[in-house]
Design a protein around this ligand. Structure first.
Ligand code: MRU
Length: 329
């Protein structure tokens, strides 16, 4: 698969470059980050997004803190406050903590976190491909742009197509930020996988007509019982899939599991600006000043999940036992 990665690190320039995903697929603009505060702004403002990619960016944010002489404790706090839902951000910052004050060691740890993204996603793609067949539906964006590796759910989709297991993908546009229309459609086009864009409210119709054989999508944070937060709209898809008897799979690296949470009820859900709902690429689509809600994620209960695709294999109920065992392995 031809991969476009969401970032690159230039050691000589002491700069972490972010590909501005707000402008894709229409323009390819790279944004330089030279401080942790700039990396945090890149995460907050969605220049970079997707749980694993946010984690890698936060790790390099700490590298930048060392290189630019920022106080590591302050840098850590600024990065922690950039976005609340994806646990990978906190996972990466926790891993960077022992290397505060050591520029070389922190760079090595950030590199290791990025490398692990690649390694885990190779495995996720293989395991995920095995449970897919026919036509699949996906939501949001879980490809290389969202991770810095091969992708989670989208990695599995591309691999399943390569192996001849699936022949078509339905791509939810994913209102309001349009990660599906702008990013997943672009990545599938580059990968040469036959796909069709649909608005989020078409999934039920497609399922009722027998045109969806499986749903696979990403995860921003999973509680130890298998409840998980993902892009807003995921829960509705899970309910629809359950009603129609269609297998439903979240795909994730185990670093997206938050073992401190017993259930999904305690996952913090990001509330983003109403302007992202009332405008599309700066163009108003509602009366000026009209109130809009924007919870950016929702929580899907584990009872609606068929299997959890991880780098250690596909996990089946009871999920708390399976997740604990996978985390210990
Ligand atoms: O708001 P975003 O674009 O960061 O949300 C991304 C998602 O919800 C993805 O599905 C999730 O992070 C998994 S990425 C492999």
């Amino acid at each position: 698969m031809e991969r476009v990665l969401p970032f690159r690190f230039d050691e000589r320039e002491k700069t972490f470059w972010l590909l501005d995903q707000r402008k894709l697929p229409f323009e390819e603009v790279w944004v330089p980050c030279r401080t942790a505060a700039e990396a945090a702004a890149g995460i907050r403002d969605m220049v970079v997004r997707g749980a694993p990619a946010i984690g890698v960016t936060a790790a390099y944010g700490m590298v930048l803190a060392h290189l630019s002489g920022e106080d590591p404790a302050e840098a850590d706090q600024v990065l922690r406050q950039s976005r609340p839902t994806a646990v990978n951000l906190f996972y990466a910052l926790d891993r960077m903590k022992p290397y505060w004050g050591n520029s070389q060691a922190s760079l090595e740890e950030a590199r290791a976190i990025w490398r692990e993204v690649e390694d885990t996603e190779r495995a996720i793609s293989q395991h995920g491909a095995r449970v897919l067949r026919g036509q699949v539906l996906t939501h949001c964006n879980t490809g290389p742009l969202a991770t810095g590796g091969y992708g989670t759910a989208l990695g599995a989709i591309v691999e399943a197509y390569r192996q001849g297991r699936i022949h078509h993908v339905w791509v939810d546009e994913t209102r309001p930020y349009l990660q599906g229309a702008r990013l997943t459609a672009w990545e599938l086009q580059k990968a040469g996988v036959p796909a069709t864009l649909v608005t989020d409210n078409m999934a039920g119709y497609l399922m009722s007509k027998g045109r969806v054989d499986a749903v696979i999508l990403g995860t921003d944070r999973m509680a130890i019982n298998g409840d998980f937060a993902n892009k807003i709209g995921t829960y509705a898809l899970a309910v629809l899939a359950h009603y129609h008897g269609i297998p439903f799979y979240p795909a994730l690296p185990l670093s997206s599991v938050d073992p401190t949470l017993r259930t999904g009820a305690d996952i913090p859900i990001e509330e983003r600006s109403a302007l992202e709902v009332t405008t599309v690429r700066g163009i108003p689509i509602a009366p000026e000043g009209f109130p809009a809600a924007h919870p950016a994620f929702d929580v899907t209960p584990h009872a609606l999940v068929t299997g959890i695709v991880t780098e250690k294999g596909v996990l089946y109920p009871p999920f708390d036992e399976a997740l604990r065992a996978a985390l210990d392995r």
